[in-house]
Every structure is written in C-alpha cells, then in structure tokens.
Design a binder for this molecule. Structure first.
Ligand code: MMA
Ligand code: CA
Length: 293
C-alpha cells in the first residue's frame, strides 16, 4: 500500500511528506503562535501581578504610616491622661484642704454664734432687770412726790385731813389736775401752779396724755417740760421734777427750736406738743399734784 493519510480538516486524502519538514508542513505556524500567545499571556500576568503588588505595597505603606500615627496619638493621649490624672489628684488634695478649712471656719462660726447668743441672753436679762428697776424707781418717785405734797398740805392746814382733789381739779390715776381758764407766759403759769401746791403737768405716758387731751377744750396748754440748753445748743428736755424725757408726743417736725429760742413746751389743741418761746405768747396751763391721801 502507498503511504497516504487523511487530514482532519481536509475532505479528501492528502499526501504527507516524511522527515522533519514533513511535520512542519503538517502543522505550519500554529505552535509558534501558541508559544507567542503564551509568552504574551505570561508577560501580561506578570505586569498585572506587579501592578497589583506595587499597589498592595503602597497601601501597606499607608497602613503602616497610619498605624504609626495611631501609635503616636495613643502615646500622646496616654501622656495627657497621666497629666490629667495628676491634675485631678492635685485638685482632690486642694479640695480636701479647702474642705478642712471650711470645717474649721464653720466650727469657729458656730462657737461665735453660741457666744453671741449667750451675750444676747445676758443682755436681755440685763435689759429686763433695768426695765423692772426703772419702773420701780418711777413708782417710788411718784410715791415720794405724793408724800411730799401730803406733808406740805398737812403743814399748810395744820392737820392731815384728807381731800381727794380740791374743787375744780380733776382726779386721774392718783393725781389732781387743774386746767386754767386764764392765759399766761410759762414762768407765770408755773408760779400759779406752785401757789396751789402743784407744778405744771408732767406727762408720764399715753393714758395720761389721752386724759389731758380729752379735757383740753380746744386750747393750748403749757406743760411742765423745758429744754436744757448749753451754749445755745439744746442738750435734752427735762420735766419739772428734773426727770429726763422718755415718753413724748411731739407734733410733726417738732421740736424744731425755731429761731433758736424755743425752750418751753405746750400741748396744741390737737393734743400734740410743740416747743415754743417761753416768753413769747401766752397760753393756758395745766397744773398737777398728787392726791393728798
Ligand atoms: C410754727 C412752727 C412751730 C413754732 C411756732 C412758733 C405755728 O407753728 O414753726 O414749730 O414753735 O411756729 O410760733
Ligand atoms: Ca416749735
């Protein structure tokens, strides 16, 4: 038989040469193309891989940088935390010092308050005692005056017979009062009272003041009250018996010592008091004396 073969792609039988050139002739350029394609593919893969690799290494570098930054930040923050802790510790110390100081101050204040309360209570006691003593002294004074007038009356009339108040004198709380019809200057009024064994009225309080006002019949009356003046300046006001003023019933704006010469005091028709010149105008007057029994 003749050497003959059939090509896979050929439709009919084809003659194939023998030897090395025969294979070449059979396959043609196909293996070369395949090799070249392989080489190109490998080169492309290498290229892609190198690009990917370089990208990955860049990212790794960036990550490493970020890690470094984080580490630095973390160490900075740790340092700051340390400083803060120290500060908080210091603050705690200073707070406890301040608290201790505050406690000391509070204790001192409590002590001072206790002492003040003690002093206040002793002062209150003292005030009460003084008030009691003053009231007692006032009572004694009234009794002495009453005794004095009784002795005077008894000496005058040569006996100790007892009349409550003379005719046209009004009794009130242990005293007799005379409301004058006439008018006179202060000195003259006082002399009139003295002539009757009395003195210009001494107003001891609001009740007596009310009694006087109720009987004043719209007139102005001299009271037994005068200014005590030292080198033109009024020092105080003093009743006929030498006692200083405690109760007063001044009119609005009084005593004003108008023109620097108002040494005597009168009760106005309103019942309120005004200082006025002793030798200026004339006024009615009220005498007072204690009951003679
Ligand atoms: C005014 C007033 C009184 C003063 C009298 C003197 C009328 O009242 O100034 O304070 O005592 O004048 O007349
Ligand atoms: Ca006056």
């Amino acid at each position: 038989m003749e050497a003959s073969g059939y090509s896979k792609w050929s439709s009919g039988p084809e003659e194939v040469s023998r030897g090395p050139w025969g294979l070449w002739e059979r396959w043609g350029w196909r293996p070369l193309f395949i090799a070249i394609a392989l080489v190109v593919a490998v080169v492309l893969w290498a290229l892609v891989l190198s690009i990917l690799f370089s990208k990955a290494s860049t990212e790794r570098q960036a990550l490493l940088g970020g890690q470094d930054l984080l580490r630095t930040n973390a160490s900075n923050q740790t340092a700051m935390l340390g400083v803060l802790k120290k500060e908080v510790g210091g603050c705690r110390n200073c707070c406890s010092e301040t608290r201790a100081q505050l406690q000391t101050t509070r204790a001192e204040l409590a002590e001072t308050q206790r002492k003040l309360l003690q002093q206040e209570s002793s002062l209150n006691e003292l005030r009460e005692r003084v008030t009691r003593d003053l009231a007692k002294a006032g009572e004694d004074r009234e009794n002495i005056r009453s005794e004095l007038f009784r002795a005077l009356e008894a000496a005058k009339f040569g006996n100790s017979s007892c009349k409550v108040c003379p005719t046209s004198w009004l009794p009130f709380q242990g005293s007799c009062y005379f409301f004058s019809i006439l008018r006179a200057k202060w000195e003259e009024a006082q002399q009139n009272c003295a002539d009757a064994g009395a003195h210009l009225v001494i107003v001891g309080g609001l009740e007596e003041q009310g009694f006087l006002r109720r009987n004043s019949r719209g007139q102005e009356y001299w009271l037994g009250l005068r200014a005590v003046r030292l080198v033109r300046k009024i020092q105080r006001y003093q009743w006929m018996d030498g006692v200083q003023l405690s109760f007063s019933h001044w009119s609005q704006g009084e005593p004003n010592d108008a023109r620097g010469r108002e040494d005597c005091v009168m009760m106005l028709p309103t019942g309120l008091w005004n200082d006025t010149p002793c030798k200026g105008e004339k006024a009615n007057w009220i005498c007072e004396k204690r009951h003679s029994c």
